[in-house]
Design a protein around this ligand. Structure first.
Ligand code: NAG
Ligand code: NAG
Ligand code: NAG
Length: 414
């Protein structure tokens, strides 16, 4: 058994936590927490870690030195997170497996790193939550910060998620109210991150890494509070895919039964109506396992698999299984979070994820700092989960958590 190797993850954890803390402190001090315009950001994360630099660094690494994810020789040697599946597929024990027999790191609301405020809807939301006082008394920038804290789950773009190993991307989209040709990533509110650009990034990534297998889940953004954009007609999603993704990369439902070593490309799911693409079916436990508390979500996922509840849930003819170890805010947890963040407006938020999950439970990024490690530790300890977990849909996607998901394949097969 390879369970000893998680010390590697621990080392990565320390490095990543330190740098992200330094970063969030820096961004907060600059009063520049969201990056409405990525190009023009002076001190923004995206500029510090420009994707081109990342690619150059990883290319020169693999050219000069063979690095790998594991220290053991009989385990697949993974050279970079951009090509981990290609590397994994070279191993004879893995090559004959199907895509639903390996664990795949994924991102919930992938690439959504900011939302633009739309104050009419924000006012309505605060009104509904009984927080009109806060809305009326605080500067608009701060109100926008609050809304971003409960709706934005990531610091990395679609491109950065792919480079760090993410292969399932949940792209929530809405159509601009004024211009139906503009389709943006969204969650209640719109970003300015376009669907067509995101698809072009996936295509470019596949050109560079044709052995990788990506799953794009493109649901209609729906939120109980209301959504600023319009639903996107599925024909329009199809059209943008055909325009931006090379047809040789488009996979069909038939490819699911083929060994992963025989192909690369992208599967699509979740916009079946009127679509001309052959889409896969994913069974997601979210409706059963979701909770506002990170510890409870993970407990629910454990129970969902260990009790075989997942077998009874529709669809029965699923192609892939997905679990969702992130919080879903309740009205109470959203109110608590907004109130606490307002009370501590000028002070740093708690950095301890055990504390922040109690006081700001609906802050998606803070809560994911607890739900992600809890989830992986739970899987490591359960043979049942270890053998079933397929897609892991995370908030706060990063390389460390991608590594944890990829490592599950080693624990499972070696
Ligand atoms: C996406 O659409 C916008 C206009 O809506 C255009 O400016 C941009 O170039 C398009 N991106 C790609 C990759 O075609
Ligand atoms: C499917 O097409 C019909 C007819 O054009 C349209 O009314 C409906 O809204 C479409 N559904 C979706 C989800 O695109
Ligand atoms: C996907 O499956 C279809 C039907 O079996 C096949 O024609 C196609 O070549 C496969 N695609 C890839 C990339 O293997």
């Amino acid at each position: 058994m390879l369970r000893k190797f998680s010390f590697l993850t621990t080392l990565t954890t320390i490095g990543i936590i330190q740098s992200s803390l330094a970063l969030s402190t820096q961004l907060q001090q600059n009063g520049d927490f969201f990056l409405p315009n990525q190009e023009s950001t002076q001190n923004g994360f995206l500029q510090i870690e420009s994707s081109q630099k990342v690619t150059q660094v990883s290319d020169s690494w693999s050219a000069t030195r063979r690095s790998s994810l594991s220290v053991s020789d009989d385990v697949p040697q993974i050279v970079s997170l951009s090509s981990w599946m290609t590397d994994l597929k070279k191993n004879p024990k893995i090559s004959q497996l199907k895509i639903n027999q390996i664990t795949i790191p994924g991102a919930h609301h992938a690439g959504l790193t900011y939302l633009l405020p739309f104050f009419e809807l924000i006012e309505a939301i605060f009104g509904k939550l009984g927080l009109k006082d806060i809305y009326d008394s605080k500067p608009k920038e701060f109100i926008s910060y609050l809304i971003n804290s409960i709706l934005v789950p990531h610091v990395y773009s679609v491109e950065e998620i792919l480079q760090q190993g993410g292969r399932y991307l949940d792209l929530r989209i809405s159509q601009d109210l004024d211009d139906p040709n503009e389709i943006y990533l969204s969650h209640c509110f719109l970003s300015k991150i376009r669907l067509n650009d995101s698809l072009a990034i996936v295509n470019k990534f596949l050109q560079a890494n044709p052995g990788e297998i990506i799953i794009l889940d493109i649901p209609v953004d729906y939120d109980p509070f209301g959504t600023v954009g319009n639903p996107v007609p599925h024909q329009e999603i199809d059209a943008q895919i055909r325009q931006n993704i090379d047809s040789k990369f488009i996979l069909t439902r038939d490819n699911i039964s083929q060994p992963i070593s025989t192909y690369g490309g992208v599967y699509f799911t979740n916009f079946e109506q009127n679509s001309t693409l052959s889409q896969i079916k994913i069974k997601a436990g979210w409706a059963i396992t979701q909770d506002a508390d990170p510890q409870q979500v993970v407990k629910n996922i454990k129970n969902y698999y260990e009790s075989d509840q997942y077998l009874k849930q529709d669809p029965i003819d699923f192609d892939m299984l997905k679990c969702d170890p992130y919080v879903t805010a309740s009205t109470d947890s959203a109110i608590e979070t907004l109130v606490y963040e307002t009370l501590f407006e000028s002070q740093p938020l708690p950095l301890d994820p055990l504390i922040s999950s109690k006081v700001i439970p609906a802050n998606l990024k803070s809560s994911a700092k607890l739900s992600n490690p809890l989830f992986y530790d739970t899987v490591y300890r359960s043979d049942k989960l270890l053998n079933i977990v397929n897609i892991v849909e995370m908030d706060l996607f990063d390389a460390e958590n991608a590594i944890r998901a990829i490592e599950l394949n080693f624990y499972r097969y070696f």
